[in-house]
Design a protein around this ligand. Sequence first.
Ligand code: ADP
Length: 195
Amino acid sequence: MTQGERAVRLLLIGPPGSGKGTQGKRVAQRYGVEHIAAGDLLRLEVETESGIGRRAAASMQRGELVPDALVYELVMPRVLAAGKANGYVLDGFPRSVGQAEEGRAIFEDNDVAVRLAVLLDAIPDDLLPRLLERAQSEGRFDDTPEVIRARLDVFKEEVEPLLAFYRERGLLVTVDASGSPDDVWAQLQAVVEST
Ligand code: ADP
């Protein structure tokens, strides 16, 4: 039932296109923890036209953050369950200081606090060509050029205070995300295994 001293409870922070999804999946597979990707969970709700999906759709279509209450409803129970099992890798949540504070309160109360926050460091505007290319192949409904630009802008607005939140608590590590997925993965594994 308990996760032990060394359970992986990791948060990935990074601009759209920095590889959070790819690296999150690798972490999950390698360390046997759950990959909890807020954007994937939200898109599924939108696609299945659930109550949460209907309330989240408009913000997502504009590339803006969806209201916190919807994200909490979707993500919090999963984080608590995964934390009580083997651990988790969070991808895209918390995404603002408000969410980080709410998360901290609830996770600490349940003994499943984030142990490590990793910034996948890349220059947001450099990622635009990669994102536009991916948009053609993957067909995400929030991957039009205009929405991608909005998502990059939201990231730039939210990221500094979010990083400060984790830095102040001694939990933040930066990984250079400008290289290949294998290169980023090598750095990420080294970070996870040294903490
Ligand atoms: P990316 O990081 O490439 O922008 P995500 O799949 O992580 O993509 O997120 C897609 C969209 O889902 C965001 O633009 C936002 O509308 C919504 N979203 C994801 N995570 C959150 C969150 N923690 N809080 C609010 N909205 C979120």
